[in-house]
Design a protein around this ligand. Structure first.
Ligand code: XMP
Length: 333
C-alpha cells in the first residue's frame, strides 16, 4: 500500500516540461523493473491504456505485447483507430482479437444490466487469458491504473458500496501470475492527458470522452441483439460526428446514444415503419458522481434527428434525455 499513496510533495503535472520529466523518470523505472523480459498490456484504446502503451513502447519497444480485444461492443471505428495508431504508426507488437461472436453469443437473451456487466467482464478476462497463454516468457502485466482507481479501492476496502459494478481488467486466473507494471498509478486524469500529449499521442485520443468498459453493451438496453446494436453504433457515430463538427465534443464531458428494446410505429415511404428510438444523452460533470445536462441548440438537434432517422436502419424516432444525475445515472444501465 505504501507505493500506492501519492506523496504530498508530488508536483501536479500541468506542463509539457513536467510531463517530459515524468516520462524520462518512468522510462528509467520501467527499464530497471522489467530488464529484457516481455510485458503484456490489454490495450482498449482508452486514454489510460493508450498512455501506458505509448510510455512502454518508448521504454522497451517490442518487449511490450499489446492485446486489443474487440468485444463487439466498441464504438464505430474504434478498433480500427487502435490498429492504425499502435500497430501501424507506432509499430507496436499488437495482437488484435475479434471476439465479437464469443461475447454476443454469451449475452444473447440476458437483460439484467449487472449480469451483462459480469458476463462482459469475465469473458474479457477469458479472451485475454487465452491470448496470454499462447505467449512465451511474459513476466509482467502493464495496467493503466490511475490514482482515482486507487482511491476507489481504498473506499471499497472501507466497505462503501458502488451503485454499479465497474469492470476493468483484473483478477486473471491462477495459472497466469504476472508482476504488475503500473506507471501512471499516481496520476490524476488531467495529468495522464498532459503526459499523453507529451508522448505525441493525438489530441482526439488523449481528450477522448470516457467510455465504459462494457462499451455499447450497457447502451443497447436490455437483451442485446445484433441488429439493434448495429443501429446504436451507427446512430452514435452520427451523434459524435455532429458534436465534433459543431464544437460540442470539446465542451461536453460525455455524450452518446442509448437504444432501448422498445419499438414504436412510424411511417416511411407511405408505409408503416416500426423502429426503435435513439436516445441522446449529453452530460457535464467533474467527477461523474453528479451530472448536469448540456443544452444543445435545437438546430443541431433537428439535424441530428434528421440524419439518424434517415441514415440508420431500424431507428424511427430520436429522443433527448434531460435528466440530471441524480436522479438518473449517466448511463441508462
Ligand atoms: P453512471 O452511469 O454510474 O456512470 O452515472 C458514471 C461514469 O462511469 C461510467 N461507467 C462505467 N465505466 N465500467 C466502466 O468502466 C462500467 O461498467 C461503467 N458503468 C458506467 C459512465 O460511462 C460514466 O462515465
Amino acid at each position: 500500500m505504501v507505493n500506492n499513496k501519492r506523496p504530498d510533495s508530488m508536483e501536479r503535472i500541468t506542463t509539457k516540461a513536467l510531463a517530459d520529466k515524468f516520462i524520462a523518470e518512468q522510462i528509467n523505472e520501467i527499464k530497471a523493473q522489467v530488464g529484457d523480459k516481455k510485458v503484456l498490456l490489454a490495450l482498449s484504446g482508452g486514454v489510460d491504456s493508450s498512455v501506458v502503451a505509448a510510455l512502454l513502447i518508448k521504454a522497451i519497444g517490442k518487449q511490450l505485447v499489446c492485446v486489443h480485444v474487440n468485444h463487439g461492443l466498441m464504438r464505430k471505428g474504434e478498433s480500427e483507430a487502435v490498429i492504425d495508431m499502435f500497430g501501424k504508426e507506432l509499430d507496436a507488437n499488437l495482437i488484435y482479437v475479434d471476439a465479437t461472436d464469443r461475447f454476443l453469443d454469451l449475452l444473447a437473451g440476458v437483460s439484467d444490466p449487472e449480469k451483462k456487466r459480469k458476463i462482459i467482464g469475465a469473458e474479457f478476462i477469458n479472451v485475454f487469458a487465452d491470448e496470454a497463454r499462447k505467449l512465451d516468457d511474459v513476466s509482467y502485466l502493464a495496467q493503466g491504473t490511475i490514482y482515482p482507481d486507487i482511491l476507489e479501492s481504498f473506499k471499497q476496502a472501507e466497505g462503501k458500496k458502488a451503485v454499479k459494478s465497474h469492470h476493468n481488467v483484473g483478477g486473471l486466473p491462477e495459472d497466469l501470475k504476472f508482476e504488475l507494471v503500473e506507471p501512471i498509478k499516481l496520476l490524476f486524469k488531467d495529468e495522464v492527458r498532459v503526459v499523453g500529449e507529451a508522448l505525441g499521442l493525438p489530441h482526439a485520443m488523449v481528450y477522448r470522452q470516457p467510455f465504459p468498459g462494457p462499451g455499447l453493451g450497457v447502451r443497447c438496453l436490455g437483451a442485446i441483439t445484433r441488429d439493434r446494436l448495429h443501429a446504436l453504433r451507427e446512430a452514435d457515430a452520427i451523434l459524435r460526428e455532429e458534436f465534433d463538427k459543431n464544437g460540442l465534443a470539446e465542451k461536453v464531458w460525455q455524450y452518446f446514444i442509448a437504444v432501448p428494446d422498445v419499438t414504436s410505429v412510424g411511417v416511411r415511404d407511405n408505409k408503416r415503419y416500426e423502429g426503435w428510438p435513439a436516445i441522446i444523452r449529453a452530460v457535464n460533470t467533474v467527477d461523474a458522481m453528479t451530472a448536469t445536462i448540456e443544452e444543445i441548440p435545437y438546430e443541431i438537434l433537428h439535424h441530428i434527428t434528421d440524419r439518424i432517422t434517415h441514415e440508420v436502419e431500424g431507428i424511427n424516432r430520436v429522443l433527448l434525455d434531460l435528466t440530471p444525475k441524480p436522479i438518473g445515472t449517466i448511463e441508462w444501465e
